[in-house]
Design a binder for this molecule. Structure first.
Ligand SMILES: [Zn+2]
Length: 161
């Protein structure tokens, strides 16, 4: 969750300081793609009442709730095996690929798989083609210069046999 200093941090929407006693919405770092319109909300703290006033505020709220609905981080259930993913090394999650529900990648947000079962997933090729197209259309950039998307592509391309 965003690091918020009450009495010091500024709400990026109204530019006023977040004060004690005010209702505050903190977003986690859930938007890896800095070309996504809701990247503005990534890892940020806002007045609760300011969020819906921003043109992408409601979209950000909806997208962050997808995260909590689709991924139970305490259990991490693999889509293929339906088993719990115990080891972090086995864990594959697409995260938020796009907040745009008209985008072909949208159904693939927050897909959770054991890395060893990627090869058995019937949609892996479809996701791979869509990720490659997203990259080629220059729709993605992240904190690591695009490496998060590249790693995802490589992991699906070369699944554990
Ligand atoms: Zn505000």
């Amino acid at each position: 969750m965003a690091l918020i200093f009450i009495g010091k941090s500024v709400c990026p929407i109204c530019k006023n300081v977040l004060h004690e006693g005010e209702a505050i919405t903190g977003f986690p770092a859930f938007v890896p793609n800095n070309k996504d319109p809701i990247y503005f909300f990534n890892d940020g703290g806002f007045h609760q009442e300011c969020v819906p006033k921003h043109e992408f505020g409601n979209l950000a709220l909806k997208s962050v709730s997808l995260d909590y609905e689709k991924v139970d981080y305490t259990r991490k259930i693999c889509l293929v095996s339906k088993e719990r993913i115990a080891e972090m090394d086995d864990y594959f999650n697409t995260g938020l690929l796009t907040s745009d529900e008209h985008e072909p990648l949208y159904p693939y947000n927050f897909i959770t798989l054991h890395k060893k079962y990627i090869k058995d997933w019937e949609l892996k090729e479809d996701l791979l083609q869509k990720l490659i197209a997203f990259k080629e259309n220059d729709r993605w950039n992240d904190y690591f210069g695009g490496r998060l998307l590249d790693d995802m592509i490589e992991t699906i391309k070369n699944p554990i046999p």
